[in-house]
Ligand binder design. Structure first.
Ligand code: MTE
Ligand code: MO
Length: 316
């Protein structure tokens, strides 16, 4: 049975969301059901002058982001999604992308390979909402309330073999709907990967919603990864396959530019990109520049993952 937890971005409110409504939102990555649930955050965001605006207050919660939410319109109209094109303005191109029905293939070194309907998958997952900071390697950043479930929960369902060392995420390759795929010099499909330990970390998250609504196509709907301690390119959108393997796979950006985009890609203000500094970041919405933090500020949760990997290029 689903239990509604207080969302961290419901600032100082002890509102109880009726269960039926909450459910709609959570299945919400999956269709029209979620429209009824614009959510308190959305209401707060539309509050005008004379009251504190929600985006001026830093939300609390399990992983407090320490800064205000990015206005929804900025987070949903400034995107990186090369399948739809290399500009930031791909939202209108992505708008017609069909996100339902959707299924995710789970294969490789698992007890039982399977193809799960996303609807059925979400019903089995402990859905919650989290506010995460997101840091793109291009030095812009945003703070977004996501709906979804821990990747660790999916791994419990998948039951990987003891010998599996990596989790690989393959994303949609829809030639009809994604004009960017015609740029044949890119190594499509977009693939990203994590070690099993990284994937099992409590912060690794699969999102099916944002701002209390279904995850829009431009942000990776119907299902995308979120790895808030890593540069954004690791957080693959529109996932169609999750495989378990004992070999480190080739990943999209590491293949395009191995000297600029590595496998680990952990955020570090002291390790510049070869062509620009990573010391600070520009917040979408306000344009404010703020200092970048090691592991994007999530070090207490993730730094131990790397204590035995000092010889790896952890930060690019
Ligand atoms: N399939 C796919 N996933 C992707 C990308 C992409 O081009 N294709 N871009 C990545 C990059 S570089 C970033 S910063 C984030 C951007 O997510 P957003 O558009 O929701 O801000 O998505 C990541 N996931
Ligand atoms: Mo990015």
């Amino acid at each position: 049975m689903f239990i509604h937890r207080r969302r961290g971005w419901e600032i100082g409110q002890a509102e109880v969301t009726p269960e039926a409504v909450a459910r709609g939102g959570f299945r919400g990555g999956l269709g029209r059901r979620s429209v009824g649930r614009l959510g308190l955050a959305a209401c707060l965001l539309s509050v005008g002058y004379g009251q504190a605006r929600a985006e001026d207050a830093a939300p609390e919660g399990k992983y407090p982001p320490g800064r205000a939410l990015t206005p929804e319109r900025d987070a949903t109209t400034y995107n990186n999604y090369y399948e739809f094109g290399t500009s930031k303005a791909i939202a209108s191109t992505a708008a017609g992308f069909p996100t339902s029905p959707w299924s995710v293939q789970i294969d490789g070194m698992v007890k039982q390979k399977r193809n799960v309907a996303l609807d059925d998958l979400v019903k089995q997952m402990p859905v919650e909402e989290r506010v995460y900071r997101h840091r793109c390697v291009e030095a812009w950043a945003m703070t977004v309330p996501w709906t979804g479930f821990p990747l660790a929960a999916l791994m419990r369902l998948a039951e990987p073999d003891a010998g599996a060392k990596y989790v690989v995420f393959q994303t949609a390759e829809d030639r009809k709907r994604m004009p960017g795929l015609r740029q044949s010099w890119y190594p499509w499909p977009y693939v990203e990967a994590l070690t099993i330990d990284e994937a099992a970390n409590e912060l690794a998250f699969l999102a099916t919603g944002m701002y209390g609504k279904a995850l829009p196509p431009q942000n990776g709907g119907p299902i995308r990864l979120l790895l808030p301690w890593k540069y954004g390119f690791k957080s693959a959108k529109a996932i169609v396959k999750i495989s378990f393997t004992d070999t480190r796979p080739k990943t999209f950006w590491a293949e395009i530019g191995p000297d600029e985009y590595g496998f680990w890609a952990n955020v570090n203000p002291d390790v510049p990109h070869p062509r620009w500094s990573q010391a600070s970041e520009r917040l979408l919405g306000t344009g404010e520049m703020v200092p970048t933090q090691i592991y994007n500020g999530y070090g207490p949760f993730v730094a131990q993952l790397y204590s035995d990997k000092k010889n790896e290029k952890l930060f690019m």
